[in-house]
Design a binder for this molecule. Structure first.
Ligand code: FES
Length: 239
């Protein structure tokens, strides 16, 4: 009696095991590329084509991201963005004649490149009423709830761009380059500067003082008797 072999049914046909890329790596010691081919039964050519497309897609995405970053740089926390420069108590107010750098009325903040000016509520202004409030708005002077006034003056001289120091001895800003001279409100006094000092938008978040170094008011002209906020200082100021 001959031996008959029973036909192989589909369930008897050994199927090739399905491996994850990680299992394939363990069994064969091959690369991820080979595992990928094994798993998906891809031809090497198809796999390479897909890989090249993936590389191209990643490169294109990186290029677009780089271009967007150049057009719209993320300046958060840097000069050009809104910076918290301190709390209100860090900047004691003073009347103009009593300003002393980093002690009263005028405070330099390096990251913001700004002088934070804080005028006492009892400051004697040259203007009154709505004329004062309108001119303050035009000069980006912010009135606080306690009646004091704040200004964020950009450190750059509007003549040719030198950094302007505050001079305690003159109680004003005097540019060392060509002698432009500005009052504690940043208003032009004398020298070659074409206008008053530029000022950044200043605001509050609770007790925090914020300077928007991306928003500059560069349109405050030379003052005259109808627009000058505070009197011209009587102290002489040599270069
Ligand atoms: Fe300041 Fe010329 S740069 S006066």
């Amino acid at each position: 009696m001959g031996i008959t072999s029973s036909p192989l049914t589909p369930e008897h046909i050994p199927s090739s095991p399905s491996l994850t890329p990680q299992q394939y790596e363990l069994l064969h010691g091959g690369g991820a590329e080979a595992a990928e081919i094994s798993k998906h039964r891809l031809s090497r050519r198809r796999f390479l084509r897909r890989s090249m497309f993936a590389v191209w897609a990643i490169s294109a995405t990186a290029s677009v991201a780089g271009a967007l970053n150049m057009l719209y740089p993320n300046l958060a926390g840097q000069f050009g963005s809104i910076l918290t420069v301190g709390t209100k108590t860090d900047f004691p107010a003073a009347k103009p004649n009593g300003f002393m750098l980093n002690q009263a009325g005028v405070f330099y903040h390096q990251e913001a490149k700004t002088y934070v000016m804080h005028l006492h509520k009892d400051t004697q202004f040259s203007l009154q009423g709505t004329t004062l409030s309108d001119q303050s708005t035009a000069e980006t002077v912010v009135k606080d709830k306690d009646g004091s006034y704040w200004i964020g003056l950009y450190q750059r001289c509007v003549h040719l761009g030198c950094t302007v120091p505050f001079r305690d001895d003159c109680v004003s800003f005097k540019c060392p380059c060509h002698g432009s001279h500005y009052n504690v409100t940043g208003e032009y006094l004398d020298g070659p500067a074409p206008r008053s000092l530029d000022r950044f938008a200043l605001s509050f978040n609770g007790d925090d003082v914020l300077i928007d170094t991306g928003t500059l008011n560069a349109r405050v002209p030379h003052p005259d008797d109808t627009t000058r906020l505070i009197p011209v200082p009587t102290v002489q100021c040599s270069v």
